[in-house]
Design a protein. Structure first.
Length: 107
């Protein structure tokens, strides 16, 4: 696989609507010609840049990580907020919010 194939795999796995039931926040991720875009609760779109397989960063330094099929993790730029999103609304215990630094068994 070349780098472009890895990009396409990550893009397709992350594209769609994601939910965090604890906060009621919904994010949408869509593919553009070259990259991904993200928006929270129908606010304006922000570009995501890929910096590692399965990991992206937005214009403000917030990170998005593809954890496994159907689960992504959002971490704020200053590290004070981490949220877990699933691709299904109300998908049980996966929809957790962590404030501050954390040490836990992810999945």
């Amino acid at each position: 696989w070349d780098d472009r194939d890895w990009n396409r795999y990550d893009f397709k796995a992350m594209e769609g609507t994601w939910y965090n039931r604890s906060t009621g926040i919904r994010i949408e991720i869509k593919e553009t010609r070259k990259d991904l875009r993200i928006r929270f609760n129908r606010d304006g779109w922000s570009d995501l840049r890929r910096y590692r397989n399965g990991s992206f960063i937005d214009e403000e330094g917030n990170q998005i990580h593809l954890q496994s099929h159907g689960v992504i993790e959002y971490q704020s730029a200053n590290g004070d907020l981490t949220m877990i999103f699933t691709d299904r609304p109300g998908a049980g215990s996966s929809n957790r919010v962590f404030r501050g630094h954390y040490d836990f068994d992810r999945f």
